[in-house]
Design a protein around this ligand. Structure first.
Ligand SMILES: [Zn+2]
Length: 387
């Protein structure tokens, strides 16, 4: 049993013809280009004999097999960031399509429906998959947010569809360096990290850079430097897969001859264990509040998403059967499999990304790695069909 590598790469090339001018792939969420990519997916699947449909929100589905049972869902998204790569999202859709086509080629008995899905607007917050799973944030301003997407509450309500499925499998590029560095073919995702955000304001006292003596100063930026050093130490002390990043920092009043009176910075903290993350946040808060003058605003955290043990086993066994090396790993990036995993059994197959580069025109995964991923996807779906 072999997937058709040529057909798979042709499909990937075809969808990547749909892009705005520029160096990378540009199919932004809710753009005409995203629409075109979905139209391509529907047309292609129809040509291959799939039953196709688009829900009111715009998620696209292509199904083979019986109609009267709960089914297996496989796929990913077709939108990209601006000047993104050829693989993030699109590869998951065409690989799922290839796995389904191979089931047809091999006349595998379809004991239940197999549906390939292309979700909308993953890159701006897993929108399509959150609508499908009825997990979209409906807090204040929901209608306005939908209006900006050219959608209504009715289109959202009509597009809740998770109850027709029991299992979801998604192939995605790793977007990190671990698989490549360790010469591994496949990553078996165990969980998608919880994302915790904080906004920290450090208060000091602005003053003349020439006249205020060092011992008389309350320099908000010097305080911040100490806080950041301590933040790194705390996160590191909890080990992998906990990661902490300060990616935004603003100094006030930002003048070369004024002592900084205030600094604001962001904290992005991820891991797969809520207990550990809470301890990190507590330690961080205690150190900063005891030693500096700060305000810390925490955004509500998102619980880690746990993948199904059953599907992880199917992915591992499928990798072993084809002599591919693999490792179980946490995904630090968010994916459509996150909301799906809260409604059904979900699993993710990672393949290596060259140099870990993603959301960039230089994003690359080799044909061999893609083939391996597609084989493992096929094997996993076969095991689900054989249940
Ligand atoms: Zn993606």
């Amino acid at each position: 049993m072999k997937i058709n590598s040529k057909r798979l790469s042709n499909h990937l090339d075809e969808v990547n013809l749909i892009t705005a001018d520029g160096e990378g792939m540009t199919r932004p969420a809710f753009s005409e280009l995203e629409d075109q990519a979905h139209a391509w997916f529907i047309k292609k699947s129809k040509e291959h004999g799939f039953r196709t449909r688009q829900d009111a929100f715009g998620n696209s589905f292509a199904t083979i097999g019986p109609e009267d049972k709960k089914g297996i869902l496989i796929g990913s998204h077709l939108d990209t960031v601006n000047d993104g790569g050829k693989y993030d999202g699109a590869l998951g859709v065409v690989t799922a399509l290839e796995a389904a086509l191979t089931l047809l080629d091999e006349n595998i008995e379809l004991t239940k429906p197999v549906t390939v899905v292309a979700f909308r607007a993953e890159e701006i917050g897993l929108i399509g998959s959150s609508v499908f799973t009825d997990l979209i944030d409906r807090s204040e301003g929901f209608e306005d947010r939908l209006a900006a997407m050219n959608r209504t509450v009715a289109t959202v309500d009509d597009s809740i569809g998770y109850e027709d499925y029991t299992d979801y499998v998604e192939l995605h590029i790793e977007q990190g360096k671990h698989l490549e560095t360790n010469n591994l073919n496949i990553g078996v995702v165990s969980s998608i990290a919880s994302l915790n955000r904080m906004n920290v304001t450090v208060h000091g006292e602005a003053g003349h850079a020439g006249t205020i003596r060092m011992e008389e100063r309350k320099d908000a930026l010097m305080h911040t430097a100490k806080i950041l050093t301590e933040f790194e130490r705390i996160v590191k002390s909890y080990g992998h897969p906990n990661v902490g990043t300060v990616g935004q920092l603003t100094v006030f009043p930002a003048s070369s001859n004024v002592i900084p009176g205030r600094v604001e910075f962001s904290v992005d903290l991820r891991g797969d264990d809520m207990d550990q993350l809470n301890k990190i946040k507590e330690e961080f808060r205690k150190y900063t509040e005891d030693n500096h003058t700060v305000d810390i605003i925490e955004s509500p955290e998102k619980e880690p998403a746990h993948m199904s043990e059953k599907i992880m086993d199917y992915i591992k066994t499928s990798a072993e059967e084809s002599d591919f090396t693999f490792e179980v790993m946490t995904s630090g990036a968010n994916h459509d499999a996150n909301p799906l995993s809260r409604r059904m059994n979900a699993g993710m197959i990672f393949i290596p990304s060259k140099d870990g580069i993603s959301h960039n025109p230089a994003e690359f995964s080799s044909t061999e790695d893609i083939e391996a991923g597609a084989e493992v996807m096929l094997g996993t779906v076969k095991k689900l069909l054989a249940e």
